[in-house]
Write a protein that binds this ligand. Structure first.
Ligand SMILES: [Ca+2]
Length: 110
Protein backbone atom coordinates (compact mmCIF):
# COMPACT_ATOMS: atom_id res chain seq x y z
CA UNK A 1 0.00 0.00 0.00
CA UNK A 2 1.32 3.40 -0.91
CA UNK A 3 -0.02 6.94 -0.69
CA UNK A 4 -0.11 7.17 -4.46
CA UNK A 5 -2.71 4.35 -4.50
CA UNK A 6 -5.06 6.89 -2.91
CA UNK A 7 -3.62 10.31 -3.75
CA UNK A 8 -1.98 11.81 -6.83
CA UNK A 9 1.83 11.90 -6.69
CA UNK A 10 1.81 15.34 -8.29
CA UNK A 11 -0.54 16.75 -5.62
CA UNK A 12 1.57 15.25 -2.83
CA UNK A 13 4.74 16.77 -4.29
CA UNK A 14 3.15 20.22 -4.56
CA UNK A 15 1.77 20.04 -1.03
CA UNK A 16 5.10 18.98 0.49
CA UNK A 17 6.91 21.74 -1.42
CA UNK A 18 4.45 24.33 -0.10
CA UNK A 19 5.50 23.66 3.50
CA UNK A 20 9.26 23.20 3.27
CA UNK A 21 9.98 26.31 5.34
CA UNK A 22 10.48 25.72 9.07
CA UNK A 23 7.33 26.10 11.18
CA UNK A 24 5.20 26.66 8.07
CA UNK A 25 3.10 23.50 8.35
CA UNK A 26 -0.65 24.02 8.11
CA UNK A 27 -2.42 20.64 8.23
CA UNK A 28 -5.70 21.92 6.80
CA UNK A 29 -4.03 23.36 3.73
CA UNK A 30 -1.76 20.35 3.44
CA UNK A 31 -4.59 17.80 3.66
CA UNK A 32 -6.54 19.79 1.09
CA UNK A 33 -3.59 20.08 -1.27
CA UNK A 34 -2.85 16.35 -1.21
CA UNK A 35 -6.50 15.75 -2.04
CA UNK A 36 -7.76 14.21 1.20
CA UNK A 37 -10.87 16.33 1.15
CA UNK A 38 -13.82 14.45 -0.35
CA UNK A 39 -12.05 11.09 -0.17
CA UNK A 40 -14.15 8.13 0.91
CA UNK A 41 -13.96 6.80 4.46
CA UNK A 42 -12.09 3.78 3.14
CA UNK A 43 -9.51 5.94 1.39
CA UNK A 44 -8.99 8.08 4.48
CA UNK A 45 -8.47 4.88 6.47
CA UNK A 46 -5.81 3.73 4.00
CA UNK A 47 -3.94 6.99 4.47
CA UNK A 48 -4.20 6.63 8.25
CA UNK A 49 -2.75 3.12 8.12
CA UNK A 50 0.29 4.35 6.20
CA UNK A 51 0.95 7.11 8.74
CA UNK A 52 0.45 4.58 11.56
CA UNK A 53 3.77 2.89 10.77
CA UNK A 54 3.77 0.46 13.67
CA UNK A 55 0.14 -0.47 12.99
CA UNK A 56 -0.85 0.25 16.58
CA UNK A 57 -4.16 1.75 15.48
CA UNK A 58 -3.01 5.18 16.64
CA UNK A 59 -0.77 7.95 15.35
CA UNK A 60 1.57 8.60 18.24
CA UNK A 61 3.72 11.73 18.57
CA UNK A 62 6.71 9.80 17.16
CA UNK A 63 4.72 9.03 14.01
CA UNK A 64 3.15 12.46 13.76
CA UNK A 65 6.60 14.05 13.61
CA UNK A 66 7.25 12.08 10.42
CA UNK A 67 3.78 12.47 8.91
CA UNK A 68 5.13 14.24 5.82
CA UNK A 69 7.49 11.34 5.04
CA UNK A 70 4.42 9.10 5.03
CA UNK A 71 3.24 11.08 2.04
CA UNK A 72 6.63 11.55 0.40
CA UNK A 73 9.80 9.91 1.80
CA UNK A 74 12.07 12.86 0.97
CA UNK A 75 9.95 15.30 3.03
CA UNK A 76 11.17 17.10 6.14
CA UNK A 77 10.32 16.20 9.73
CA UNK A 78 7.82 18.38 11.53
CA UNK A 79 9.43 20.46 14.28
CA UNK A 80 8.54 19.58 17.86
CA UNK A 81 6.37 22.69 17.97
CA UNK A 82 4.50 21.72 14.80
CA UNK A 83 4.09 18.15 16.04
CA UNK A 84 2.66 19.27 19.38
CA UNK A 85 0.33 21.79 17.73
CA UNK A 86 -0.97 19.13 15.34
CA UNK A 87 -1.42 16.61 18.14
CA UNK A 88 -3.37 19.20 20.14
CA UNK A 89 -5.78 19.66 17.23
CA UNK A 90 -6.17 15.99 16.37
CA UNK A 91 -6.24 14.37 19.80
CA UNK A 92 -9.82 15.11 20.75
CA UNK A 93 -10.05 12.72 23.70
CA UNK A 94 -6.70 13.76 25.18
CA UNK A 95 -5.05 10.34 25.30
CA UNK A 96 -1.88 11.67 23.66
CA UNK A 97 -2.36 9.96 20.30
CA UNK A 98 -4.61 10.22 17.26
CA UNK A 99 -6.97 7.34 16.55
CA UNK A 100 -8.61 6.46 13.25
CA UNK A 101 -11.83 8.25 14.23
CA UNK A 102 -9.94 11.35 15.31
CA UNK A 103 -8.04 11.38 12.03
CA UNK A 104 -11.28 11.00 10.09
CA UNK A 105 -12.69 13.94 12.06
CA UNK A 106 -9.71 16.10 11.12
CA UNK A 107 -10.29 15.30 7.47
CA UNK A 108 -14.06 15.80 7.75
CA UNK A 109 -13.48 19.28 9.20
CA UNK A 110 -11.53 20.47 6.16
CA1 LIG B 1 1.10 4.02 15.81
Amino acid sequence: MSMTDVLKAEDIKKAVEAFTAAESFDYKKFFEMVGLKNKSQEEVQKVFRIIDKDQSGFIEEEELKFILQGFLPSSRDLSDKETKALMAVGDKDGDGKIGMDEFATMVAEL
